[in-house]
Design a protein around this ligand. Structure first.
Ligand code: GBH
Length: 485
């Protein structure tokens, strides 16, 4: 089918010295555990397009992206990379890239156009066809139930400020378990709870190279701290109720969240700094991973929140703390570099150097060691049964050369560095089972628009032509060798 993407092209892209699948003579660089998954990830709104097809309802992103001034260059997901119609070609490309696991998200309003009520079978059928195509290609499907595209109908009734949204999510989750759970064995509940809660309901400031970068996501609200804390409670409650409702339908499913890990990285490797980083990491995730993995809100959170603490019941905590098969975490940047401190908090944040290197997007400082410290600290704090890195990757200033190549040497540098750090964690017995690169294809980077390219595969957004980048060739080599060359 795609003549621009056969193995010869990979050799052309990567150079003639590559002998796919063979060990390089003399190479002593790391190999990964036998069942390690070399995955890639995407999300529905960022790739699918076809916002009205086959009975789909509106999501909050369909609404938000059309508000003037919200999206860079006025970009929207109306067409995106037209994956809804081109999914077969996209699966074939991933297969050719040596991908053995694919993390995709299911659009809730395709399944429940009104958020609740009668499911839309045609929406389910799309994901069913996608899953069959993946299995035929030998790619293990990993479904994400929520990657930020809440049905607009639920937003109109209060969205995540309403407790009913958590219950509606559990009902949607059980329908997916029933309809896809015969073929999809792994599901992630919600993507990056902390980011969609905070960026969507208050906006977040991140400091990079001394500059504040403000990030907002749909629905773009400006709520009070008490309201945001209630929203975060409903998000973790949705996760817990979904785990329960899916297990009730199919006890054999393997379930966990795909949260973002806010990591404290020790400024230098002294035992006191490592301890400080651990304390910071627990604190940074107190409203999310910490309550999901311990079944309780920490005393320090509840005390500090005081009047602003969320309202919850013991039964809520029991659901939120439901036992999990794995924890998925997206890891891009440290929340902060930290050092030991004598004060009550137990750590002090150190501002990043003004010249700290960064990757293509405004918020993305280049700190590959977070792929070592994140999993390591997570393991020592919460001892999860298994860990998946559900996202890492970077934007780059990709251009097509006249020969039709995309030579993203910076992304290759990034991935080599990240995977070496991840390997270090695995070699210390941290149970990381796989890694999903963000992203398989260039796509709509939320408010950042189409100019912020994260893909291993370049997409011409006018013609929809897909072209694997140098980094795709790197990925194929690494996945075939199950190691770094
Ligand atoms: C993750 O978010 C998301 O899960 C994924 O969908 C996203 O594409 C990926 O990482 C890369 O960002 O105005 O250009 O700064 C991480 C948090 C949310 C940070 C969206 C940047 C706005 C784009 N990101 N965000 S920009």
């Amino acid at each position: 089918m795609s003549n621009y993407f056969d193995s010869r092209d990979f050799v052309k892209l990567a150079g003639n010295h590559v002998q796919s699948g063979k060990k390089m003579p003399g190479a002593t660089l790391p190999t990964f555990p036998e069942q390690f998954l070399w995955g890639v990830a995407t999300a529905a709104y960022q790739i699918e397009g076809s916002p009205d097809a086959d009975g789909k309802g509106k999501s909050i992103w369909d609404t938000y992206a059309h508000i003037p001034g919200k999206m860079k260059n006025g970009d929207t997901g109306d067409v995106a990379i037209d994956h809804y119609r081109r999914y077969k070609e996209d699966v074939a490309i991933m297969k050719e890239m040596g991908v053995n696991a694919y993390r995709f998200s299911i659009s809730w309003p395709r399944i429940f156009p009104n958020g609740v009520g009668k499911p839309n079978q045609k929406g389910v059928d799309f994901y069913s066809r996608l899953v069959d195509e993946l299995l035929k290609a030998g790619i293990e499907p990993f479904g994400t139930l929520y990657h930020w595209d809440l049905p607009q109908a639920l937003q109109d009734k209060g969205g995540w400020q309403s407790r009913d949204t958590a219950q509606a999510f559990a009902d949607y989750a059980s329908l997916i378990a029933e309809q896809l759970g015969d073929r999809v064995k792994h599901f992630f509940t919600l993507n990056e709870l902390q980011n969609f809660v905070d960026m969507g309901h208050r906006g977040t400031e991140i400091k990079v190279q001394g500059k504040d970068v403000r990030i907002e996501l749909a629905p773009g609200l400006q709520l009070s701290t008490a309201q945001v804390n209630q929203v975060s409670h409903h998000a973790v409650l949705a996760h817990g109720l979904a785990v329960q409702s899916m297990r009730a339908i199919r006890p054999d499913l393997l379930l966990g969240p795909a949260d973002v890990l806010f990591t404290g990285v020790p400024i230098i490797d002294t035992p006191a700094n490592v301890r400080a980083a651990e304390i910071a990491t627990k604190k940074y995730n107190e409203r999310f991973l910490d309550v999901m993995l311990t079944g309780k809100y920490s005393d320090s959170y509840l005390q500090a929140a005081g009047q602003d603490a969320p309202k919850f019941t013991e039964a809520d905590l029991k659901a939120i703390g439901s036992p999990l098969d794995f924890v998925g975490v997206n890891i891009y940047i440290p929340k902060s570099y930290v050092e030991a401190s004598e004060d009550a908090k137990g750590f002090r944040e150190v501002p990043t150097s003004l010249t700290h290197p960064k990757m293509g997007s405004p918020w993305h400082s280049f700190s590959p060691e977070v792929l070592y410290w994140g999993p390591r600290l997570m393991n020592s704090l919460w001892k999860p049964k298994a860990i998946y890195i559900t996202e890492n990757g970077c934007a780059a200033g990709d251009v097509l050369t006249t020969e039709g190549r995309v030579l993203d040497t910076d992304r290759v540098m990034y991935m080599r560095a990240v995977m070496l750090n991840l390997h270090r964690a695995i070699s210390e017995a941290v149970p990381v089972k796989g890694n999903f690169v963000w992203s398989a294809f260039d796509n709509l980077e939320w408010t950042g628009g189409f100019g912020t390219r994260f893909g291993l595969v370049h997409v011409d957004f006018k013609t929809q032509k897909r072209t694997p980048k140098l980094s795709a060739a790197w990925f194929k080599e690494a996945s075939q060798r199950n190691g770094i060359v």
